[in-house]
Write a protein that binds this ligand. Sequence first.
Ligand code: ADP
Ligand code: MG
Length: 212
Amino acid sequence: MSFDALGLHPALFKALAELDYQDPTPIQAAAISPALAGRDLLGQAATGSGKTLAFGLPLLQRVLQGGEGRRLKALVLAPTRELAAQTAEALRDLARLLPGRLKIAVAFGGVSINPQLMGLRGGCDVMVATPGRLLDLHAHNALGFEALELLVLDEADRLLDMGFAEELQRILALLPARRQNLFFSATFPAAVQGLADGLLREPLRVEAPAEA
Ligand code: ADP
Ligand code: MG
């Protein structure tokens, strides 16, 4: 399996080569084509399996091909500031090599909200955020979700472990109902399965076992 069999936009394929990614990991090989086709995904994948590009490549392709203007088209929710920052950095590394000058914003709590508010003044195409700070930004009218096409929940089990269940429900209620959802978790206890069941529409299950 190689990246060129997955139906990626030529600009993304070229960017992967420039960043020296050779072949997709198993979760990338399983997730990318169906995600590009618009399906909801339920991904079980351990840390280090390459989830960022598994959702990041379909996300960037969707944003590249999406509606006009700098509007929020894709939202990634992550459990911690470190994961949000890492994910945003990985998406920016690719986006820098793409046409369209995509703006990828990142937001997390524990730091002043003011620079994050300032940074959103010109809008953004993609937001990577922890749930609480995302709601704070929305309460400051810094974000609109009308153009949102894609939601990613990264490390859903950790999002729930960290007590974000209520914030997640409040966020979901703000998003357009018609959207694609990519849901990733390392484990599927009942609460995570319940969250997935409430969110996903005929999801395709993709897996990357821990030993892979
Ligand atoms: P996860 O989110 O599943 O924990 P990451 O997406 O952070 O995993 O990827 C883990 C590491 O593997 C990162 O350093 C990333 O750059 C690297 N990586 C991801 N995909 C590939 C690939 N296709 N080829 C080589 N390295 C990769
Ligand atoms: Mg990750």
